[in-house]
Design a protein around this ligand. Structure first.
Ligand code: ASP
Length: 311
């Protein structure tokens, strides 16, 4: 069997150290560890990369700690609108949904778009009709209620600000999007990303997370990648696909390509965030240009890491 690898993230951002108590830190790490181990056990038992990234992301979506699924942030109207995407690096098939509400696991709906529809990207009302057709149960608003998220919204409610505007010093402003990338025992790659977007977002704002090539991409020839950060910049930089291109056309290694994107190209655009990526040899890269990024990875070469800040 070839080297198998799994990496997951729970978002990057300005994670002010003073605001992170040891108790909170262990809570975050425990959820990351559980999602990582669940996915990795599946990988070890021969599951496909696609299956593994979906399962890992689902586990993160089920935690209120991250801005995806259950822990999704509030929109300007006090609702939750979620985006997700998944891509299979073997077939280049992909599925994505945006602006869905009430769906417990948007990543599963994205996978169903990939496998049970003739389309790649379904949005808003149409995505909800598709979910209804597949008999997805809907959770009520209470399921998605989180006091901290509510307070974050109160700070911006009624203003035109949204969470991207995070220049305030001493403010914990993280992008809690979640994602997973995997290389399975057959050298197949897959990537999955899921998010609640930005607090107080309006006008049907959609970020990079559900956009194939911007926040998520997988191709067996190069890499699988899931991004997190200021979505508008990741869209303009076509970051996920650019990582693949730097490897395919410029022969850069996964690590060099990932560093170039996050520490150079994205910064030059003015964007902040990070990404997790894996190549077909099972190498993993997890660069970020923010203070921290919730991340974890495990590989059959003995790699086993769970981190929040720069080491
Ligand atoms: N990239 C996401 C978005 O712009 C936010 C995040 O990474 O948390 O919607």
């Amino acid at each position: 069997m070839k080297k198998i690898s799994l990496a997951i993230h729970g978002g990057a951002g300005t994670l002010v150290r003073g605001m992170m108590t040891p108790e909170k830190e262990s809570l975050y790490k425990a959820v990351l560890e559980s999602a990582l181990n669940r996915g990795y056990m599946l990988l070890e038992s021969g599951a496909s990369a696609v299956e593994v990234v979906e399962v890992s992301v689902k586990e993160l979506e089920d935690s209120h700690l991250f801005n995806a699924g259950k822990g999704s942030v509030f929109t300007s109207e006090g609702k939750h609108e979620m985006d997700a995407s998944i891509m299979d690096g073997k077939t280049l098939n992909a599925g994505a949904v945006s602006l869905v509400s009430g769906i417990k696991n948007p990543i599963s709906l994205a996978r169903d778009v990939m496998e049970k529809s003739d389309h790649v990207f379904l949005a808003s009302k149409g995505a909800m009709q598709f979910a209804d057709k597949l008999k997805y149960p809907l959770e009520d608003e209470k399921y998605f209620y989180d006091e901290l998220r509510f307070q974050q919204w109160q700070e911006l409610r009624g203003t035109e600000g949204f969470q991207l505007d995070h220049s305030a010093a001493n403010k914990d402003s993280k992008f809690g999007t979640v994602g997973a990338v995997a290389c399975d025992g057959f050298g197949n790659l897959a990537a999955a990303t899921s998010t609640g977007g930005m607090t107080n977002k309006r006008f049907g704002r959609v970020g990079d997370s559900p956009m194939i090539g911007a926040g998520n991409y997988a191709n067996n020839k190069t890499c699988a990648v899931s991004c997190t950060g200021s979505g508008e910049y990741f869209i303009r930089g076509v970051v996920a696909y650019d990582l693949s291109c730097l490897m395919e056309y410029k022969n850069l290694s996964l690590q060099d390509a990932a560093e170039e994107l996050i520490q150079n190209r994205l910064l030059k655009l003015g964007g902040d965030g990070g990404l997790i990526a894996v190549d077909a040899l099972g190498n993993i890269s997890m660069p970020f240009n923010t203070e921290g990024m919730y991340r974890a990875c495990k590989s059959s070469d003995g790699t086993d890491q769970i981190s929040i800040y720069m080491n």
